[in-house]
Design a protein around this ligand. Structure first.
Ligand code: ZN
Length: 242
């Protein structure tokens, strides 16, 4: 299907409840510090309000967003991005004890081999320890290598644990309309998040290293673009059943 048709199908998915989308405790796996707020910020706020806070695993350390910054070398940036994620998820109502960092290398999350297997086993332990029933990972057509890696981890985790799998689009919303994507018509739900939009905006803004206000000495560094923020700030979030 062309990306334009997939996006249109996303926008018209039926409205679902938290129970439709993720019965029990959810395990949200985010490729980078910020994807949890961008793709699932409303979901996290809604789940916390219902006294069922998810477990959030941030897969990579986010250290590669500003490779030319002298003031923010990778180690300092990685530490900063963890602090930003604590601040962001606190705005969504998440207790700090529900946040876990795998610290895989940014842009180099494994897609196969021993490092991949180790990551999946670690995730399976986390899911078991917290009695998670549903796994949330990025959509398979998010055009970023780490997002693809986490999608593959989700598939492997489902095969190992038998848990339900859901996919949330982040960068997939920025696919060019005419792009042909190998995907069947999507199924899933939209979760209404209008009540949580102020908290979601605050959570995204808490990732200051990604919004262009913090790191001034790397003009080639990453800044969240309006083409991504527009779909992320709609009054609903999309969760697919792959
Ligand atoms: Zn990401």
């Amino acid at each position: 299907m062309k990306a334009a048709l997939l996006h249109e199908a996303f926008r018209t998915l039926p409205i679902g409840t938290l129970d439709d989308i993720a019965p029990g405790t959810a395990l949200i796996i985010a490729p980078h510090p910020d994807d949890e707020s961008l793709g699932c910020g409303g979901f996290i706020a809604e789940a916390c309000r219902n006294n069922r806070p998810p477990i959030i695993v941030i897969a990579t350390d986010g250290s590669a967003s500003h490779p030319n910054s002298r003031l923010w070398p990778p180690q300092r940036l990685a530490a900063r991005r963890e602090r930003e994620t604590y601040a962001a998820t606190a705005k969504l109502g998440l207790p700090a004890s529900r946040l876990i960092f795998l610290r895989l290398p940014d842009t180099k999350a494994p897609t196969q081999g021993p490092a991949f297997d180790y990551a999946v086993i670690t995730l399976a332990h986390i899911a078991r320890d917290h009695a998670c029933q549903t796994i949330l990972v990025p959509w398979r057509h998010d055009p970023h290598c780490d997002h693809e890696a986490v999608w593959l981890m989700g598939l492997a985790l489902r095969a190992q644990t038998g848990l339900a799998l859901r996919a949330y689009p982040v960068w997939g919303w920025t696919r060019a309309p005419e792009e042909e994507l190998d995907d069947p018509p999507p199924t899933g739900w939209r979760l209404p998040i209008e009540a949580h939009l102020p908290a979601k905006k605050a959570a995204i803004a808490a990732h200051e290293s990604q919004t262009g206000h913090l790191i001034q000495d790397d003009p080639t560094g990453f800044t969240l673009p309006p083409t991504l923020l527009t779909p992320m700030l709609r009054p609903y979030e999309v969760f697919l059943t792959p």
